[in-house]
Design a protein around this ligand. Structure first.
Ligand SMILES: Cc1ncc(C[n+]2csc(CCOP(=O)(O)OP(=O)(O)O)c2C)c(N)n1
Ligand SMILES: [Mg+2]
Length: 480
């Protein structure tokens, strides 16, 4: 993503008293330079095209990431002196994806050929349909297993017989066993390989051979720790994962073809009496019918086993770290991109996340961006209640006060009214299964008609969220 911003006039002689001084920073890019790829502040109008083309080239060349161009207000407002020359943008394109070196490819091929029990951790891959087939073919024809998580968008069908467990936030039992039993672990762009090995093996040594195909080291500097734990690797390949798969299947003589039958999704259970995300998924699925859905965001505890990801656009992935307030903007942005496609875009977001970013809904209303927002409203920053409970238990205190500072209740904000106030048609608060059915059926119709719709569902706070997601985990991490 290329982001553009502005500063007040760098030339102090041009600053209006007070306000322009307030709006001027000596080096604005410094604020975010630690966690973007590149930034610039062009010093004249003539310098702007090059600045923007370079920033885009950097952003869109792998490993992709955000860049920033800051435009001096004085340059924006000054009259141009002559004709403005626009360069031929075609000649300033980002670089294409790169594959592995010949030597790495032959080492990788040998490792895969020698493995009896390879596990593929499939992460940051692309949206291409052919590459989707390539990945599955690789796993099927090497007699492998595959794991996916919810950090990255859908990259293989999650109901494939070789897909272990569900795409996860936290590694589950079956995933752990698969990694423990593997003799070869191949990460294809996996985010946090060190962390998943740690979750699977604790402090035990990693005896399987490990291959990590990813380019993230070119994104990291010393500021943040998005490097995650350093995984041991027998072969580190700094290249595009899909390009690597393409070349690898060529070497292995694999013909890209889907051989194995997908499993049918688990049957939705009946309504339990307490509204939760299983009910939201069941009723949404009924309302949508056969139309393909793109989930732009999924609140925790969304039950993927009843609704497997079936193509590259089924699930669009997550913001980097679960940033509260990112949900509404991400959903509206994704729906804008998919506006004229055959997809129904749905965002399932927490109430805390929603409340921090509601202004995006006005944009959806103003520009008729069709998106169905489902608010999994547990009237709480529930994630942090779990943290507080974990700490309380750890310190031998009663966890009954875990709600302090975290519940969003008494009064519970009427999110449906907020959405209406921003120009979005909406239903809620929904507190009954019949209300939920009606709201989702109507909501899907509105979205199909080209408009946004929000359903505020009051879910049972305890649904699907466990203390093991909390800080109680930290003592586990320390003990290994
Ligand atoms: C900007 C920001 N602030 C704080 C956090 C820490 N945090 C993670 S999840 C969470 C609660 C989110 O509440 P909600 O969206 O309602 O989801 P819930 O946990 O209730 O399902 C908080 C505060 C964060 N991730 N990002
Ligand atoms: Mg919540």
């Amino acid at each position: 993503m290329l982001i553009m911003g502005a500063t007040g006039p760098v030339d102090s002689a041009l600053r209006r008293p007070w306000i322009d001084w307030l709006h001027t920073a000596q080096d604005q890019g410094a604020l975010i330079r630690n966690f973007i790829k590149y930034d610039d502040q062009p010093g004249s109008a003539d310098a702007i095209p090059e600045s923007i083309m370079r920033a885009w080239q950097q952003a869109a060349t792998a490993p992709k990431g955000p860049t920033y161009v800051c435009l001096d207000a004085a340059i924006q407002e000054n009259e141009l002196e002559g004709e403005f020359e626009f360069p031929d943008v075609e000649r300033f394109q980002p670089a294409p994806a790169v594959g592995p070196s010949r030597e790495s490819l032959s080492q990788l091929t040998a490792l895969v050929q020698d493995a009896n029990n390879p596990v593929f951790l499939i992460g940051k891959c692309n949206f291409d349909e052919q590459d989707w087939v390539n990945r599955i073919s690789l796993v099927e024809q090497t007699n492998g297993k595959m794991l996916t998580d919810l950090k990255t968008h859908s990259v293989v069908p999650t109901n494939h017989p070789r897909h272990v467990g569900e795409p996860f936030n936290k590694l589950g039992k079956y995933g752990r066993e698969a990694i423990q039993q593997a003799d070869l672990i191949v990460s294809l762009g996996w985010v946090d390989l060190g962390g998943v090995l740690r979750q699977a093996l604790g402090a035990n040594p990693v005896t399987a051979k490990v291959v990590h195909v990813n380019q993230d080291m070119h994104l990291h500097n010393g500021w943040g720790r998005e490097t995650f734990q350093l995984p041991p690797t027998d072969l580190l390949i700094v290249a595009d994962p899909d390009e690597t798969v393409r070349e690898l299947i060529g070497e292995l003589g694999i013909h890209p073809k889907l051989n194995e039958k997908l499993e049918s999704a688990a049957e939705f259970p009946e309504f339990s009496g307490h509204l939760n995300l299983v009910d939201a998924a069941r009723e949404l699925s009924a309302a949508v019918g056969s139309q393909k859905v793109s989930f732009a965001s999924l609140a925790r505890a969304w039950p993927t086993k009843y609704w497997p990801f079936s193509d590259p656009l089924s699930y669009l992935g997550k913001d980097g770290g679960g940033g509260v307030g990112s949900g509404p903007g991400l959903c509206v942005g994704a729906a804008l991109k998919l506006k004229d496609s055959d997809r129904l875009v749905v965002g399932v977001i927490g109430d805390g996340d929603c409340m921090m970013g509601v202004n995006a809904f006005w944009t959806a209303a103003r520009y008729a961006i069709p998106v169905l927002i489902i608010v999994a409203n547990n009237r709480s920053y529930y994630n942090d209640e779990l943290h507080q409970e974990g700490v309380a238990i750890h310190r031998g205190r009663d966890p009954e006060n875990r709600w302090v500072g975290q519940t969003i209740d008494h009064p519970a904000p009427n999110i449906s009214q907020i959405a209406e106030g921003l120009g979005i048609e909406s239903a809620g608060p929904i507190t009954s299964i019949d209300g939920l059915k009606a709201a989702l059926t109507h909501g899907v119709e509105v979205v199909r008609g080209g408009k946004p719709f929000l359903v505020d569902v009051h879910i049972d706070p305890r649904h699907g969220r466990e203390l093991t997601e909390s800080m109680a985990e930290r003592s586990l991490a320390q003990k290994g």
